[in-house]
Design a protein around this ligand. Structure first.
Ligand code: LFR
Length: 477
């Protein structure tokens, strides 16, 4: 093998991967060793995560990495943001963690608003309004006793590996309990939900070592007990932004997966009234950078549609849906992918039809038309958000980098380039795992430098596809 091997555990809301990354001073290559499905599970009318199964899949994947590569120089974990599990004093999870798609959080919004006006909330956290942010869940949390702690998903998995509790800062910044300017917990916001920061373990930064493997985990995986578990940007989007290919800073990015995270990278948060009105978020990135972005809806719209078609007995794969969509005429109906009505699981095609009809547009009927509607809606929202991010931040955006699953969707990338009228650089699909592995490698001295140096390594190791805006696009919107 060339270089040191690091294991990246990258778990999204729709699927997880355990990846071996081989890193030398100027290159990184990935090997996806284990994949598994993920999704909220229904339990007594609530939506939860099967944390035990996720932990088992993590161990299975690490076992497979050890089988293929032997010992690794580090393990890093990233997952979706916001959600947490409750751990009792003995370290046991008190139950399956709630999913952000459970509607309990909606009740929390009003309670938090009553204590903290929206303008003050934004001035402190810099977060866009999402109805499921951690603080809203905590406002209605009944299962967190005085002796218990709340642990964010990646921290929970790291705890499982090491027996050490910590809260990594990039993910903490998504909770609505974190001060965007100070880069630390906001005790005032905890007070608003009757808690203190001590409900979470101590804050740590990406690059810090959380601990080493417990004897049980070492035995289960075949990895040495001395293997360090290293905090990366444990919020998947933070790792994805590290893994953007190429030099310079004059770019916008789209991390396109279950969700679409669209924005620019800044050194300081933008907490203006205009920014709040535009619903932009200031999440914390690796090295203290600010991820100034909006969470738009994402490929969840398509994933849920595919699930519905399967339930209806239709044989529509993603490839078929995309091929059909490509032959549907441009300029048809669109939806606002951001709308709260699309958050919950359920019959997505019907919700999309209803939204189109309610807006006085033609109803998309066939899977091809629904898929076309989703992709055109996403592309239009991507373009508008890139432009707005540039305006609000002053960042001169010269190209748009698309990473994640959506970067493999040619129709989506071309529609995006056409809509935003800038070149789109698509790929790598595994930017999140690359960011995860490179932050580990830097902490162990295998690579060095700032984020621009890490991104140069990504650029040298991957071949993104470039989409130029087509000059003659039929524009109906
Ligand atoms: C993407 C992501 C987003 C967050 C959403 C919910 O996977 O982490 O950044 O807004 O999931 O946690």
């Amino acid at each position: 093998t060339v270089g040191d091997v690091f294991a990246a555990i990258d778990i999204g809301a729709s699927g997880g991967r355990v990846i071996a990354g081989q890193v030398s001073s100027d290159s990184v290559t990935l090997d996806v060793v284990h994949r598994f499905d993920n999704g909220p599970i229904e339990m007594h009318g609530t939506l939860r995560w099967d944390a035990e199964r996720i932990a088992d899949e993590m161990l299975r994947g690490l076992h497979a990495v050890a089988g293929r590569y032997g010992p690794v120089a580090g393990i890093g974990i990233d997952t979706w943001a916001i959600d947490y599990g409750v751990v009792d004093p003995t370290g046991k999870l008190t139950g399956p963690p709630f999913s952000y798609r459970d509607d309990r959080s909606v009740r929390g919004v009003d309670a938090v608003r009553a204590a903290v006006p929206e303008a003050e909330f934004y001035a402190r956290t810099g977060l866009q309004h999402l109805p499921f942010t951690t603080i809203y869940q905590l406002a209605v949390e009944t299962g967190l006793g005085d002796e218990d702690q709340a642990m964010l998903m990646p921290d929970l998995l790291a705890y499982r590996l090491t027996g050490r509790r910590a809260t990594e800062a990039t993910n903490a910044s998504t909770t609505g309990l974190f001060d965007a300017t100070r880069g630390d917990w906001s005790p005032e916001l905890f007070a608003a939900v009757g808690r203190t920061p001590s409900i979470f373990p101590t804050l740590i930064q990406p690059g810090e070592t959380i601990g080493t493997l417990t004897p049980a985990v070492a035995a289960a995986t075949g990895l040495p007990e001395s293997t360090p578990v290293i905090a990366v940007g444990t919020h998947d989007t933070a790792s994805a932004v590290v893994g953007l290919p190429g030099p310079g800073r004059n770019f916008a990015y789209i991390s396109s997966g279950t969700w679409s995270l669209v924005g620019v990278e800044l050194d300081r948060p933008v907490l203006t009234e205009a920014s709040r009105a535009a619903n932009f978020t200031n999440e914390r990135g690796v090295d203290g950078r600010i991820r100034y972005l909006r969470n738009l809806g994402g490929l969840w719209l398509l994933q849920e549609s595919l699930r519905q078609w399967e339930l209806e007995g239709l044989d529509i794969t993603l490839a078929v849906a995309l091929a059909d969509a490509a032959s549907v005429l441009a300029g048809g109906p669109t939806i606002n992918p951001d709308s709260e009505e699309f958050v919950a699981p359920g019959n997505m095609p019907n919700r999309i039809r209803a939204a189109c009809a309610a807006a006085g547009q033609e109803r998309p009927e066939t899977p091809g038309q629904i898929t076309r509607c989703i992709l055109e809606s996403l592309a239009a929202a991507y373009a508008a958000t890139v432009r707005r991010a540039a305006e609000l931040s002053g960042m001169p955006v010269e190209e748009v980098r698309v990473v994640g699953g959506g970067s493999q969707n040619r129709l989506l990338c071309q529609l995006t380039a056409d809509a935003v009228r800038l070149p789109v650089l698509a790929g790598p699909v595994e930017a999140t795992a690359l960011g995860n592995v490179l932050v580990q490698a830097r902490s162990q001295g295998v690579v060095s430098g700032g984020l621009e140096d890490l991104r140069s390594i990504v650029a040298a190791s991957t071949t993104p596809i470039r989409y130029e805006p087509l000059s003659q696009v039929p524009t109906a919107h």
